[in-house]
Design a protein around this ligand. Structure first.
Ligand code: NAD
Length: 476
């Protein structure tokens, strides 16, 4: 595969084209070189794309669900066929280790496509309720705005559900990762997606993303990204009373219950916190451990972190690549500096740019202990390889600390007793709890989403499809 790409393209009504305008560089965060560029499609192209999606909607909505499900299944096959290409693009665009790219940006999206197809075939499109029939149909044009951190998975989570529902889509992927979006959408079309059903506009959030979110002819805006941008998107959509799904940030706790096998739990929770260099919305960046085991835990944490080898994203042994940009690296280092100023102790990491390679925006995996509850590194999403350790006295205290957070996306609970873990899980104010290290890729049909500042609405599973439908009650 070439190391550089032509300018990222837009797709409107089945026609690919390269928009004109000032170039926004796409930079490989490992080599620090420019690999391509993208321009802001802007209002007119957004408008053309929404018009094409609106024109395609009635016919797509009225297709048999089998036809829509089959499109997703064919796309899944093509994704697996082109796994190396797609994973390679993602690793070049944002530095994800290639082994993780394959699993999370090709295999997982294929699993999600297949799971969505299966759920769509069994979805209650028509339900008898109290003598009436509740009919569900695709609601219209979905504006999908996605981030760079798990780019293909984030797009598929929206597009698979919307197309399965019978809605049509205008996608605005992150300006930092436009090429995987171009590649993925071309696979949908190779699989037979009709013109206008799935359209792509390129560019920044402030210009093209905002033009899409504000477009009055959308039925739904589905946004994944930061809390700040999510608030703006929801406000823009509100002007047209457009419904929103907001998948925002997180500060997820991993709660290690006193009966958990400490070694297994720490190894697993540290891996969940450092996955994708900590650039995961559900990364477990707060590690909650009983205070009685704090000393033993410190050695195990250091050993677990040492397994996270930094390096070239294309080395299959690399477990942690660079951060996505110099800006993100500097932001993360600022957070670590603030944590030290707040009295935190670095169990691992240096608080300085990592010197693992000559180029690349690397930060060493960093674990911080001894922080007060109001420290920014405890309260704010850092989006880097930084884990804060918090100790608790008893299970009630653990639940209190876990819930003392503006976010509510996800959590892990580790215990030798699954029933006990489930009881604790249901006390956590989050949208999803994983017990003993289960992975999303093991459960691609399970709804995902948050509460509190982590947003509202759900992706994946039957709730993901339902988001993009309207219900009509027919009474006789
Ligand atoms: P971001 O908010 O900067 O950008 C996300 C997307 O929104 C991009 O496509 C961007 O161009 C667009 N955008 C930005 N401002 C916009 C605006 N005013 N109007 C319309 N669109 C706009 O986020 P990011 O840096 O790309 O991604 C990291 C963030 O995403 C983190 O906070 C992370 O937690 C969150 N995230 C959440 C989930 C989830 O499912 N909850 C998943 C992945 C990432």
């Amino acid at each position: 595969m070439a190391d550089t790409f032509e300018r990222a393209r837009c797709l409107v009504d089945g026609q690919w084209f390269t928009p004109a305008g000032p170039a926004i560089e796409v930079i490989n965060p490992y080599t620090e070189t420019v690999i391509g560029d993208v321009v802001d499609a802007g209002e007119q192209i957004v408008h053309d794309a929404v018009r094409a999606a609106a024109a395609a909607h009635p016919a797509w909505r009225d297709t048999d669900v089998d036809e829509r499900a089959a499109l997703l299944e064919r796309t899944a096959e093509l994704l697996i066929r082109d796994e190396d290409t797609l994973a390679g693009i993602v690793s070049r665009e944002m530095g994800m280790p290639i082994s993780l790219s394959r699993i999370t940006q090709a295999q997982l999206p294929a699993q999600v496509l297949r799971a969505t197809a299966r759920i769509a075939r069994n979805f209650p499109w028509s339900q008898d309720i109290d003598g009436a029939t509740l009919v569900r149909r695709g609601s219209g044009v979905v504006g999908a705005v996605t981030p760079w951190n798990m780019p293909v998975h984030q797009i598929v989570a929206k597009v698979a559900a919307a197309l399965a529902a019978g809605s049509t889509v205008v996608l605005k992927a992150s300006e930092m990762t436009p090429y995987d979006a171009n590649c993925l959408v071309s696979l949908f079309h190779e699989a037979g997606c009709p013109p206008g059903v799935l359209n792509v506009v390129t560019g920044t959030g402030a210009v093209t993303g905002a033009a899409l979110a504000a477009h009055p002819h959308l039925a739904h805006v589905s946004f994944t990204g930061s809390v700040t941008a999510g608030r703006t998107v929801a406000a823009l959509a509100a002007a047209s009373l457009t419904r929103c799904t907001l998948e925002l940030g997180g500060k997820s706790p991993a709660v290690l219950l006193p009966d958990a096998d400490l070694d297994t739990a720490i190894t697993g929770a540290v891996a969940s916190g450092l996955v994708n260099s900590g650039q995961a919305c559900n990364a477990t960046t707060r590690l909650l451990i009983p205070e009685t085991v704090a000393d033993d835990a410190a050695d195990l944490i250091t050993a677990a972190v040492a397994q996270h080898r930094l390096g070239d994203p294309f080395d299959p042994l690399t477990r942690q690549g660079p951060l996505v940009s110099a800006r993100q690296r500097d932001r993360v280092l600022d957070y670590i500096g603030n944590a030290i100023d707040a009295g935190g102790h670095l169990l691992t990491g240096t608080g300085k740019p990592s010197e693992v390679a000559e180029t690349g925006f690397f930060v060493d995996p960093t674990v911080i202990t001894g922080l007060p509850a109001d420290a920014t590194a405890i309260r704010e999403e850092i989006f880097g390889p930084v884990i804060a350790v918090q100790t608790y006295t008893d299970v009630d205290d653990a639940v209190r600390i876990a819930n003392d957070c503006a976010y509510g996306l996800s959590a892990e609970v580790w215990s030798a007793d699954v029933d006990r873990a489930r009881t604790v899980a249901t006390r956590l104010d989050v949208g999803q709890v994983k017990i003993n290290g289960v992975r999303t890729r093991n459960r691609p049909a399970v709804p995902f989403g948050g509460v509190k500042d982590s947003g509202y609405g759900r992706e994946l599973g039957h709730l993901g499809i339902e988001e993009f439908t309207d219900a009509t009650a027919v009474m006789s």
